[in-house]
Design a protein around this ligand. Structure first.
Ligand SMILES: Cc1cc2nc3c(=O)[nH]c(=O)nc-3n(C[C@H](O)[C@H](O)[C@H](O)COP(=O)(O)OP(=O)(O)OC[C@H]3O[C@@H](n4cnc5c(N)ncnc54)[C@H](O)[C@@H]3O)c2cc1C
Length: 614
């Protein structure tokens, strides 16, 4: 550690530490400030909360709004919808809890200045679909961030959190976090009574379709680097449904969103020969999943499945029929504006490929898999539910507290509760923060203690890649390959290849089986050994190194969960070739894992699914 011993250590004391200032983190910070007026609330973010997270670029729709004031939907309806979409498996208590509070959150967004479109005839919010309302959302994130900034005692931007700290007086309790400033290189030790992890989902664990010159273009944000999972996993928290990775059908090459096109512009899809194809696959899909194919709306994964089968049958590409909708100038304008507010890159891709959707029906494709907890998928931490409606098996402490004392989560971090999206993630952040304030108040004098040895040891670990590079670079005269270190990019590409080929990525047509998963785990183990030899040229690469560490751990969780669930629950997301059918008799349950960081072993178990809504 000689080379870097003069690095500054900054100590920060907080009552509540929020890790990640995206949608859930801003919600948590806002609410913690409200209920915990005398508490010190600190938000730490690796980018800048003004424009960070999955929706940094803006959004065109809020995808979770009940409309209870107009009796459009009730929370129970949303639970039924999410349950159908996830093929029967959701934590209904968590979903219900978000649904009953989400409208109030959206009303706050409007109060804070977010322009929400109105239906000129009814005066209500303009619906894009049953659950979605349309917004002018380019500035959605800065608006939300302002509320968080005003509520926080302090916001620390540009600090990448690498590890959580544990209480030295009570094992199994969190005591804070450590990380480093990606601009100055200062080491930060946050001592906190409660920690709320809101660090987003995971892209780039499976090899993306866009590699080489297009690398970095993914549907989920490229900076979503799995910290939301790795931080709790390392601290011993149980995870759930990590096998439930999501695959998105999107416009080809730009990952442009299709929701507004399907729902608002009423476009539809066809195969290369202009034929409707979904009904062709009905009997085939029914044989795999039974009555789930008869759900309305058809579950997201099963719509992917029909598309994938049609392409396999040689009738691709699949196209979105835009020519009819774009004949209407108003719809044409909406179609383009939809991209301007959130995925401007799709418009640029179309321009570069001579595609004007008024004259050419654009191609659709399926993405590489992502891991997240807030979309049509529910990977994440296993959390305690709300006191008034969670079954006893789902309640062991404070709402949204994980299986580690004092460790809370929200948004992509929390598993089992799909279809939260931006508004639901913010709402869940609020719910978690209110519970965390109660937790801190109840602690009274029995406060967590940070171990000096733990944070000093971590300091050595965190900065080691810089030292490895400084020493090892002397052994090479040119190029980037060294006998003594591996660069983060090399490690990332190796991870993506393993996950793609063995765990059901695009290269394997989303298919895997027990022998492949077992081999995948062996290769991940070897990759983990090599992570000790990561070399980082500068602070930027040090951040990449830690993002890689987090991605690898989350990937291991995905692989173990996929191996454990011996059925194909979500065809269209992934296939177990050795267990091609859905098996409700054995697997109408959640899968849970717990990682032991001392032994490196994963323990798997099942947890019951309770239906609290008819
Ligand atoms: C392309 C796209 C389109 C979408 N469209 C819609 C839509 O139309 N409507 C809708 O409602 N929702 C939409 N969503 C979903 C919505 O963006 C997510 O549901 C929501 O952002 C999840 O909130 P979160 O707080 O969990 O994660 P994020 O908002 O991603 O926030 C995570 C935060 O944690 C920070 N972070 C990560 N790791 C660390 C670390 N180690 N240390 C410190 N900070 C860290 C990140 O920088 C980030 O700020 C879309 C998402 C994407 C990517």
């Amino acid at each position: 550690m000689g080379l870097f011993s003069r690095r500054k250590t900054v100590f920060v004391d907080a009552d509540i530490l929020v890790v990640g200032g995206g949608m859930a983190g801003c919600g948590a910070t806002y609410e913690a400030g409200y209920w915990g007026r005398d508490l010190k609330v600190v938000c730490v973010e690796k980018a800048n909360i003004e424009r960070s997270g999955a929706m940094a670029q803006g959004l065109y729709a809020i995808n979770c709004y009940m409309g209870m004031q107009w009796d459009e939907n009730q929370p129970e309806d949303h639970v039924r919808y999410a349950r159908n979409d996830l093929m029967g498996l959701v934590r209904e208590d968590l979903g219900y809890d978000i649904a009953r509070h989400v409208d109030a959150t959206v009303h706050k967004f409007e109060e804070w200045g977010l322009p929400i479109m109105k239906d000129p005839e009814t005066g209500r919010y303009q619906r894009e679909g049953k659950w979605q309302i349309m917004i002018h959302g380019e500035s959605y994130k800065p608006i939300v961030a302002e509320a968080a900034r005003k509520a926080a005692t302090e916001v620390y931007n540009r600090i990448m959190v690498t590890h959580l700290l544990t209480d030295r007086t009570k094992p199994g309790r969190v005591a804070g976090a450590v990380g480093f400033n990606v601009r100055t290189g200062d080491y930060h030790v946050f001592r906190a009574k409660a920690v709320i992890v809101c660090a987003g989902g995971a892209s780039h664990i499976f090899k993306p379709r866009a590699v080489g010159e297009g690398m970095g273009r993914t549907w989920y944000a490229p900076w979503s680097s799995a910290s939301a999972y790795a931080l709790p996993i390392l601290a011993g928290a149980k995870m759930t449904q990590m096998e439930n990775r999501i695959v998105l059908t999107r416009f080809k090459d730009g990952y442009g969103p299709v929701g507004a096109y399907f729902l608002h512009l009423k476009t539809y899809t066809e195969n290369a020969y202009g034929e409707e194809y979904e009904s062709r696959w009905y009997d085939h899909t029914k044989a795999l999943v039974g009555d789930y194919i008869d759900m309305h709306p058809v579950p997201t994964c099963l719509r992917n499945h029909a598309l994938l089968e049609e392409i396999k049958a040689g009738r691709g590409p699949i196209r979105m029929v835009t020519k009819e909708a774009f004949a209407d100038p108003h719809k044409e304008q909406v179609g383009w504006e939809n991209f301007l507010g959130m995925t401007i890159g799709q418009a640029v891709v179309w321009a570069s490929q001579n595609i004007d959707p008024k004259h050419t029906n654009p191609e659709l494709t399926t993405s590489e898999p992502y891991v997240m907890g807030s979309h049509a998928t529910c990977s994440g931490a296993w959390a305690s539910g709300p006191e008034d409606c969670a079954p006893a098996d789902y309640q062991w402490g404070y709402n949204r507290m994980m299986t580690v004392d004092g460790l809370f989560g929200a948004g992509d971090t929390i598993g089992g509760s799909a279809h939260k999206f931006s508004s639901g993630s913010f709402t869940e952040g609020r719910i978690a923060a209110k519970a965390a304030v109660n937790y801190v108040n109840d602690l009274k004098s029995e406060q967590p203690q940070v171990s000096e040895k733990e944070y000093e040891d971590l300091r050595t670990v965190v900065f080691r890649p810089l030292e490895t590079y400084r020493v090892g670079r002397n052994e090479i005269v040119a190029g980037t390959v060294s006998p003594s270190y591996m660069l983060p990019l090399h490690g990332l590409q190796r991870l993506e290849k393993i996950m793609d080929e063995y765990v059901g990525g695009i290269g394997a047509n989303y298919t895997t089986n027990e022998p492949m998963l077992t081999r995948g785990l062996e290769l991940l183990d070897m990759l983990k050994e090599d992570l000790d030899h990561l070399g980082a040229e500068d602070l930027h690469q040090l951040q990449r190194a830690w993002e890689l560490h987090h991605r690898v751990l989350a990937s291991e969780a995905v692989t173990h969960h996929t191996l454990y669930r011996t059925e194909t629950r979500w065809p269209g997301y992934y296939y177990r070739g050795d267990h091609p059918k859905l098996d409700d008799a054995q697997w109408h349950c959640f899968t849970l894992s717990r990682y032991d960081r001392e032994s490196g072993e994963w323990a798997m178990e099942k947890a019951p699914v309770y239906h609290i809504v008819d």
